[in-house]
Design a protein around this ligand. Structure first.
Ligand code: UT7
Length: 312
């Protein structure tokens, strides 16, 4: 891999979630479910549902949080979202570009819950090809209006949130080789029904896909980068189900603690889940310079993939 592609790092992070907490018990008053079922089948205790906010406003608040800590003029903007406010234009990235007064490339990426992994690669390519001096990569989702409250097997799973990472050139190689794939044959197992505007999922088949997609991605990342699992300090997976991660950890004999999970508090926030986790880890001091981190995503498309970062 060329220096242009590997000498890029994450220089700043920011995040935003609504203050409105929806607990499992509150859901149980609306739907035939229980805290016990939801927690034991998914690891979720509560989620945020953003009221009076849009995918764009949440993205903007996450970016403001980043810029509060690290003031810089933004060049490229890439936003991963499965829940844009408008089905066409303006994209969330264009709205951010307007608000931030940036002139670099701006686009949304739609690859379901793997969207952030795809978006990172787009942002990285914009820098490595010389198209941009830096790239803001955002994951923002307002999934709560897309829930079918008659379908208890999906409406308990999702939450809203946003997070942003800034990519800049680095002196040293900070970003290793990625692995990104899709499996179009499974596209209809996880989709937004275009007429009802509601998420539909065949949970069982997506579960089976997820476990093998994570395993394949971790294997490929280790092989491509000539690493062993013991060299990895953290694995930050898309937060879809604690049991999926427990199954992967068991299969690999990896300590479950190596996987960072916050699904308990935010549920599945699709393309926002990986950056939300990274922002939280950074804030709580879990990330140390030089640590190697695998990010791994999987979801609608079906899409999956991951990357390996060396923390700044
Ligand atoms: O982010 C994109 C990727 N998404 C995923 O990776 C999600 C993957 N899938 C999953 O995480 C799991 O399949 C679910 C959490 C969605 C479902 O868990 P499960 O263990 O596969 O449950 P199931 O769908 O097989 O349902 C088992 C039982 C059923 O009852 P019967 O038919 O056995 O009587 C369901 O009706 O659980 C019932 N059930 C519920 N009961 C109480 C389903 N949802 C609920 C609920 N509360 N919310």
């Amino acid at each position: 891999m060329s220096d242009e592609h590997s000498h890029i790092h994450i220089s700043a992070v920011g995040s935003y979630v609504s203050e409105r907490v929806v607990t499992n018990s509150e859901l149980a008053s609306l739907v035939d479910t229980s805290d016990e079922w939801i927690y034991s089948h998914t690891g979720i205790r509560e989620r945020r549902w953003a009221e009076g906010e849009t995918t764009f406003t949440m993205a903007y608040f996450a970016v403001q949080d980043l810029l509060k800590r690290y003031s810089i003029h933004i060049d490229a903007i890439v936003c991963a979202t499965a829940s844009p406010d408008y089905p066409g234009f303006p994209s969330v990235a264009s709205q951010l570009s307007e608000r931030l007064g940036s002139r670099g490339p701006a686009l949304d990426v739609s690859a379901g819950c793997t969207g952030f992994i795809y978006a990172l690669e787009v942002g990285r390519s914009m820098i490595s090809s010389g198209l941009a001096t830096n790239a803001l990569v955002v994951g923002s989702e307002k999934l709560s209006p897309l829930l079918d409250m008659e379908d208890r097997s999906t409406c308990v799973l999702f939450g809203d949130g946003a997070a942003a990472l800034l990519l800049e050139r680095s002196e040293e190689a900070r970003w290793l080789k990625s692995y990104i794939k899709s499996e179009g044959g499974g596209a209809s197992s996880l989709a937004i029904d275009p007429l009802r505007r509601a998420i539909m999922m065949d949970g069982r088949s997506v579960y089976t896909f997820a476990v093998s997609a994570i395993a394949e991605t971790i294997d490929a990342l280790l092989e491509r980068n000539n690493l062993t699992i013991s060299a990895i300090d953290w694995i930050v997976p898309h937060q879809a189900n604690q049991r999926i991660i427990a199954a992967c950890a068991k299969r690999y004999a990896i300590a479950e603690e190596k996987f960072y999970m916050n699904i308990e508090r935010y549920a599945n926030t699709s393309a926002a889940s990986i950056p939300l986790a990274l922002a939280e880890m950074e804030r709580s001091g879990l990330l140390q310079s030089g640590q190697k981190i695998i990010l791994v995503g999987f979801g609608a498309g079906l899409t999956y993939g991951g990357t390996v970062l060396v923390w700044k």
